[in-house]
Structure formats: structure tokens, C-alpha cells
Design a protein around this ligand. Structure first.
Ligand code: ATP
Ligand code: MG
Length: 498
């Protein structure tokens, strides 16, 4: 584990110009975690992005780095590097600052430049995020850590602790309450008692925060390996009701004789499986929300309770939630569809191609794999030991089959009416015979599927006797069946359904 060349360069330049410069924030946390993990032979986690803090002012930083721009009201200067690594393409340099007085629970009313790194660290959210790191010159791989709030100790003990008085810190920026949950979830840490009590007491402050900022934290929680623990932590700290109250409606709502888990439990267990399998964001959100309509449509109590129409209402509620959280429209549509159709019935031998074709048309071929994954998450989240691999494999095979162009006379550029007109006859078996023969030409060479060509062929066939025509058609049909069987066998083999 080492500090990247680009970061070292930025720090060196600042120092050459007489300023202080430290690596700060999340990357110090991740760097120290990576060091430990490396020493213990664990998994390597690279810092997401590298931030540098300095006592230089924005204009002074701008003068030192030609390829740079000031990018926000906090005076952060982004320096462009020539690195190919996306994490190192831009390095952010932030002047030491103090955030003064917060009245809206979101942003400081005013900021001012600070003189020392310690003052800068004091405005940061958690002890593990409030450390600065510097390499000591001429001492290879020697580092110095500025750690006024004992972040290293908390890092070692896996603790999220607010810097200073937690209640005050959350009143400055209420999003920090969600950030505490997010770091606890992604890092697998505990939130220290005073910090978590302050969250529980003041969770309603979250209402002051923009939906976009809430969405970004919520999303990071959903994408974590321990996503389920994150949702449960949000709930137990009373934050969930300000993010997705609809999910909490299912808390303590029992289902019926087919289910051992309550609605809320089932939702988070489904998410747990989706996270375990590392399914994508659509599947994770759909798994979490697939039964969200249940509490509102529940009729009756006990083993015979029903939930008719919950998937339709669920899709509606999902759309409302994701709209409120400002998710992109396309993503909302996709996730709502996964919720809407998660109940699809499938049993090999009982459900035929036509209904699978209909399902594919409704859900969209591009969403089918994710729909199957939601179904697996649903089953495992219900406590079923298996995700029905055989049935789903069979369905997957049928989906592929119906998604291909139907190899039938329907795809010809001429139809029965044209045949009747050219042949000058009434409906009868000859029409089908002619179309079958034409299809055999087109199957052999798709380029022949042109109206003019086929019409000419019809005229030729018109000259044949009835018997000849029929035997030609029989031959064509047999050829076609052979091709279809072969294709079927190949698709089946691909999915091991035999
Ligand atoms: P990651 O980049 O993995 O999301 P991070 O800790 O780097 O985590 P950033 O949002 O990149 O988080 O912020 C960088 C640093 O800025 C943090 O480590 C923290 O010191 C400080 N910081 C960020 N947001 C806040 C906040 N809302 N309140 C106080 N300090 C914050
Ligand atoms: Mg960061």
C-alpha cells in the first residue's frame, strides 16, 4: 500500500511554494484500513479518492497548478493529472476551513479559512474521517498521522463516533446521521452509544435534507455487502421513516400460512440474498420493494389472510418512493416493472410459450434476467431453501426461445391473401402449401424475403399440379422441423435442461 505518485506530486508542489499540505478525510481512513488488512493478509481496499488539505487559499492553489479549477463554494480546487486511473485523474485540494454557525441543519451560514490542520479536522463528521496524514521526507514509507480525536483507536475498535458533541454535529448537518449508518454498513462498524442516541433522538432533522443527498447515501447503503444490516440500522435509529416510510408499514405485519416471515422481515431478507449474490441496483431495490404493497391490500388475519393486487399497488408505491428520492426516470420504470411482474407463474409443462412470450413482451426482453433474479431473492427471502434453479433454468431457456424471431410463415413478406390473388383461388390447403415452400426458400437465404421475388415464385408455383405442390410443401416442412429441432437441442444444452 503506498501513496500514489500524483498525490505525492501535488503535496510536493504545495510545500515547495511554502504551504502545508496533508492527505485528509476518507482516504486516510481507507489507507490505514488497507495497511492493516495487508498486514493481516486480508483483502486490499483502495481509497476511493484522494483529498488534500492545505493552508493555501484557493487563488494561491490555482496559481501553482495550471490545470486546475475552483469547483465549489468551499474553495476546493480540482487539479487535473495525466493519470489513467479514474480515481487519480482529479485530485481535490481543499483549504483549511472552519464551518461557522448552522441554522438550517444543512449548510454552514458562513465559512472562514482556518490556520491549522487541527481546526480543519475539527469540522469533519466522524473521528475515523478526521485524520490527516503526511509522509516524512527521507524516511521511506514513514508516515506521520495527525489524529486529535483518536480516530486510529476507533478504527481499530471498529467504531463510528462523532467528532465532539454528536447532537451539535448532527444539528449542523443532519445528513451526517445517515452517513453514520452508511459507514457502519460499508465498513461493518458499530455506532458508538452517545452518537447513536443522538441520532435516534433527532432523526426528524433528516427532513431538512435534500432528497438528492438522502438518495446518494441510501444508494450506498443498498449497494453494500451488508445492505440488510444498513436498512435495519436505519429503522432501529428511527431514520427509515424519513426515507422510505412505506417499508416500515410492513414492520410487524404478518402474512399467511405460506409465509414464515412478516412483510418487513421478508423484504430485507430478499435484499440480503440479492446483496449476497452481488445482484445489481435494480434487482436490489426491486427485491426490497417487491411486496411493499402488501400491508395496504391485506384482507383478513391469520393463516388465510390475502394480498390480492399487491404487485400492482406495489409497482405504484415503488414509483412514488423512487420519484420522491429523485431516481432517474428510466431506472424507476425498470424497477417498477420488476415489482409489477415479480409474481409471474411458471411451471414447466403447465405454462406454454405463448404466456412466456406475453411475459417477455410486458417486462421487456432486456429485463428478464433481472426479473428471474428478483424471483430468486423472493424465494430465498421467504425461507425456501432453494431458488428453484431447475424451474428458472427451464424458463430462461423458453425466454430465449421465444425472444428469437419466430420461424414461421408469419415473417414472410407475402401473405395468404396475395397467394390467393395470384393463384386466383379460394382459401384452401394449397395456400398453406405455397407459403411453406416460400418459407423454405427464405430459411435457406433470408435475403430472398422480398415481396417481388416471392410474388414471382408464387407465379411459378401456380403452374404446378396440385399433387406436385403438396409433395413439395411436405418436403419443405420436414426440412424446417429438422432445423427447429436442432436449434432447440442447442438452446437446451446451453441451459442443461434435458
Ligand atoms: P467515500 O468517499 O468513501 O464516500 P469519504 O469519507 O471520503 O467517503 P466524502 O463524502 O468523500 O466521504 O468526504 C470526504 C471527507 O470530508 C470525509 O471523510 C469527512 O472528513 C468530510 N466530510 C464529508 N462530508 C461531510 C459532512 N457532511 N460533514 C462533515 N464532514 C464531512
Ligand atoms: Mg471520499
Amino acid at each position: 500500500m503506498s501513496i500514489p505518485r500524483e498525490v505525492k506530486f501535488v503535496i510536493k508542489k504545495l510545500k515547495e511554494n511554502g504551504f502545508e499540505a496533508y492527505i485528509v478525510g476518507g482516504c486516510v481512513r481507507d489507507f490505514l484500513l488497507a495497511l492493516r488488512s495487508e498486514n493481516e493478509g486480508g483483502r486490499k481496499v483502495e481509497p476511493q479518492d484522494w483529498d488534500v488539505a492545505t493552508n493555501a487559499k484557493p487563488e494561491e492553489i490555482g496559481k501553482i497548478f495550471l490545470r486546475s479549477f475552483i469547483n465549489n463554494k468551499f474553495g476546493t480546487v480540482t487539479v487535473l493529472t495525466s493519470s489513467k486511473n479514474p480515481r487519480l485523474k482529479e485530485i481535490e485540494i481543499t483549504p483549511y476551513r472552519i464551518d461557522e454557525k448552522y441554522t438550517d441543519k444543512r449548510h454552514p451560514d458562513k465559512i472562514s479559512w482556518a490556520k491549522t490542520i487541527k481546526e480543519d479536522l475539527a469540522r469533519r463528521d466522524f473521528t475515523i474521517n478526521a485524520m490527516a496524514l503526511m509522509e516524512i521526507k527521507n524516511q521511506k514509507s514513514k508516515i506521520k498521522i495527525i489524529d486529535p480525536f483518536s480516530g486510529q483507536k476507533d478504527l481499530k475498535n471498529k467504531i463510528i463516533r462523532a467528532v465532539g458533541n454528536p447532537e451539535e454535529r448532527f444539528s449542523e448537518d443532519a445528513l451526517r446521521m445517515m452517513r453514520a449508518v452508511r459507514f457502519a454498513t460499508t465498513l461493518g462498524f458499530e455506532i458508538e452509544k452517545e452518537t447513536s442516541q443522538a441520532i435516534k433522538k433527532n432523526s426528524f432533522w433528516l427532513q431538512a435534507i435534500s432528497k438528492e443527498r438522502i438518495r446518494d447515501e441510501f444508494f450506498k447503503i443498498i449497494m453494500a455487502d451488508r445492505a440488510t444490516d444498513g436498512i435495519e440500522l436505519l429503522r432501529s435509529l428511527s431514520l427509515l421513516k424519513y426515507i422510505v416510510p412505506e417499508l416500515e408499514e410492513g414492520y410487524g405485519v404478518s402474512q399467511n400460512k405460506h409465509h414464515i416471515y412478516e412483510c418487513y422481515e421478508h423484504a430485507i431478507l430478499s435484499l440480503k440474498y440479492a446483496a449476497k449474490r452481488n445482484f445489481n441496483k435494480y434487482v436490489r431495490l426491486a427485491a426490497l420493494f417487491h411486496d411493499i404493497g402488501k400491508p395496504r391490500v391485506k384482507r383478513g388475519e391469520g393463516p388465510d389472510a390475502t394480498f390480492y393486487g399487491h404487485e400492482i399497488l406495489g409497482a405504484k408505491i415503488t414509483t412514488q418512493i423512487l420519484n420522491r428520492l429523485k431516481f432517474p426516470k428510466k431506472e424507476i420504470e425498470k424497477i417498477a416493472k420488476l415489482v409489477r411482474y415479480h409474481l409471474f407463474y411458471y411451471n414447466p409443462g403447465e405454462v406454454y410459450e405463448a404466456s412466456v412470450r406475453r411475459l417477455v413482451r410486458q417486462v421487456g426482453p432486456e429485463n428478464m434476467e433481472e426479473l428471474l433474479q428478483v424471483r430468486m431473492a423472493d424465494r430465498i427471502g421467504s425461507g425456501c431453501p432453494k431458488a428453484e434453479p431447475y424451474k428458472l433454468r427451464h424458463l430462461r431457456y423458453l425466454i430465449e426461445k421465444v425472444s428469437q424471431d419466430p420461424i414461421s410463415v408469419k415473417m414472410l413478406k407475402v401473405d395468404g391473401k396475395i397467394v390467393m390473388k395470384i393463384l386466383g383461388i379460394q382459401p384452401g390447403p394449397e395456400i398453406g402449401d405455397v407459403l411453406d415452400i416460400l418459407l423454405s426458400y427464405v430459411l435457406e437465404n433470408p435475403k430472398k424475403n422480398k415481396k417481388e421475388f416471392l410474388e414471382k415464385e408464387i407465379e411459378k408455383l401456380a403452374k404446378l399440379a396440385e399433387k406436385e405442390l403438396s409433395s413439395l410443401a411436405q418436403k419443405a416442412k420436414k426440412e424446417r422441423e429438422k432445423i427447429e429441432i436442432k436449434r432447440d437441442e442447442m438452446t437446451k444444452r446451453k441451459y442443461w435442461v434435458t
